[in-house]
Design a protein around this ligand. Structure first.
Ligand code: URP
Ligand code: ZN
Ligand code: ZN
Length: 488
């Protein structure tokens, strides 16, 4: 019998820490050897001149999810995961959204049934909690943790999803107790609503006013409050889709102070800008997302923070709504900015955009690229080392990249269920050409080989605070509180 099912020969392997020349031997879906000149396989892939990288882990995507306003994303778990696979990803962690009145059991049953029959990639979910009743806090969330869902998102904005500060503290403490990681969409709801009203009252309804109504100050206020709440109860907190310099500075300050605060930014904040909202006719609606696009200076500020390590994650925030009556234009051909689904697609382009603008332009190293697109997500979300690295014993989740391949982005060339891409016409060098999931070739030379529903649910471990520790705040220390255990 052959020693390996598959050998990837002659490539350059890169992890979050090292780059080296090695063949990769794979058996039973696992990496079993890394060495020079391996032989004895049923099948080989010639990776000469190519990069052999851990498959990407997309940890911020809205797939087959109803938004707060009831709009359904255009991608289901099949098209969303296929598009992710063509973008070099091998795992996805989209959201399972609790809308008010829903039990956590019902939400998770629904999303498990949506994903299990369709996903071509391994998957998990972050739970969105919008209704933290006692039942949810004491039964729903603990059961979700036991079921391997060890992270969830809360919103500090959107009337139908927002949690109050008290509710957020309840959620943070529950998460802390079980070892879960809380994620937050941080924008100040009142600041946004106040400005929206003033703009609409004065007749300013076009897409660029979406950005005016979501100022960086609203993001900074909410991030600052989120950090204060999490630090107060000594709970870890991940600030998702940070879009502004003020927001990034707050994350950096908190990290410097030793707090368990993590940050994520997204391609749209690095590669697009608020001027895109001012495109011809209704075209600007394609660029409405929250937080909104900012300006060129902010792009540079966010790059600086990415280079400096402020952010742990770089995610697409894939929130696909088509440019038709099922999506962006569901309230007519020219809706006011307040009546358009927020979000844009990007799951397939996340990693190629960072490779081209980051690695090729010398802004980040190849190893940082691997960390931002794969390893850090695996670590933060309890999937490492099975996922997120190339090591003996890890799942053979691998993307083979051609660093010299240049392609121009078109909506037709994407594999999602969208009718536009915000990155139309951008030319990128460096693309994944072959993608393996648990040793199985699922994408090769722009062709899909994956069977619908082949993806497996990943039962994630709790958030691991080792290396992320900060002291328990004095006011929460039982010894100083007459023996009261305030965090239980
Ligand atoms: O506009 C966006 N980002 N829509 C998706 C939902 C969210 O807040 O992440
Ligand atoms: Zn969000
Ligand atoms: Zn999102």
């Amino acid at each position: 019998m052959d020693a390996f099912d598959l050998i990837i020969q002659g490539g350059t392997v890169a992890t979050a820490s090292d780059t080296f020349r090695a063949d990769v031997g794979i058996r039973n879906g696992k990496i079993t050897a890394l060495a020079d000149n391996l032989s004895g396989a049923t099948r080989t892939i010639d990776a000469t001149g190519k990069l052999v990288l851990p498959g990407g882990i997309e940890s911020h995507a809205h797939i087959e999810q109803e938004s707060a306003t009831g709009a359904m994303t255009s991608d289901d778990y099949y098209t969303g995961s296929v598009s992710a696979a063509f973008g070099g990803n091998t795992s996805i962690i989209p959201f399972a959204a609790q809308h008010r009145g829903q039990s956590i059991d019902d939400v998770l049953d629904l999303y498990h049934s949506r994903a299990s029959s369709k996903s071509v990639l391994d998957y998990s979910f972050h739970l969105i909690v919008s209704d933290p009743t006692q039942e949810v806090l004491t039964k729903g969330l603990p059961k979700a943790f036991e079921g391997g869902i060890t992270s969830f998102k809360v919103f500090m904005t959107y009337d139908k999803m927002i949690v109050s500060d008290e509710q957020m503290l309840d959620i943070l403490v529950t998460a802390r107790e079980h070892g879960a990681l809380t994620m937050v969409h941080a924008e100040n709801n009142a600041m946004i609503k106040w400005m929206v009203k003033r703009l609409i009252d004065r007749g300013y309804t076009k897409p660029p006013y979406h950005a005016v109504s979501h100022p960086a100050a609203a993001e900074a206020e909410a991030i600052s409050r989120g950090i204060a709440l999490a630090s107060y109860v000594d709970a870890p907190l991940l600030i998702v889709h940070v879009s502004s310099e003020a927001g990034a500075n707050l994350v950096a300050d908190a990290r410097r102070a030793g707090k368990k605060i993590f940050g994520e930014t997204c391609p749209q904040y690095l590669f697009l800008e608020a001027d895109d909202l001012d495109r011809e006719g209704a075209e600007g609606l394609k660029y409405v997302c929250s937080p909104p696009l900012r300006n060129k200076q902010t792009q540079e500020d966010l790059w600086r923070h990415l280079q400096a390590g402020t952010f742990h994650l770089y995610s697409s925030d894939h929130a696909p709504y088509r440019f038709d009556e099922t999506g962006k234009l569901s309230n007519g051909p020219n809706p006011p900015f307040t009546q358009v689904a927020n979000g844009m697609p990007g799951i397939e382009l996340r990693a190629p955009l960072l490779f081209h603008h980051g690695v090729n332009k010398g802004r980040i190293t190849l190893n940082q690229f691997v960390a931002y697109t794969s390893t850090n997500a695996a670590r933060l979300f309890g999937m490492h080392p099975e996922k997120g690295t190339i090591a003996i014993g890890s799942d053979a989740d691998i993307a083979i990249w051609d660093p010299a391949l240049t392609r121009t982005i078109t909506a037709d060339g994407m594999h999602d269920n969208m009718d536009y891409t915000p990155f139309e016409g951008h030319s990128l060098t460096g693309w994944p050409v072959t993608v393996l999931s648990r040793g199985e070739i699922i994408v090769d030379q722009n062709k899909l080989y994956a069977e619908r529903g082949r993806g497996q649910f990943v039962h994630r471990r709790p958030f691991d605070p080792v290396g992320y520790s900060s002291p328990t705040p004095p006011e929460m220390n039982p010894a100083l509180n007459f023996g009261a255990r305030l965090l239980d």
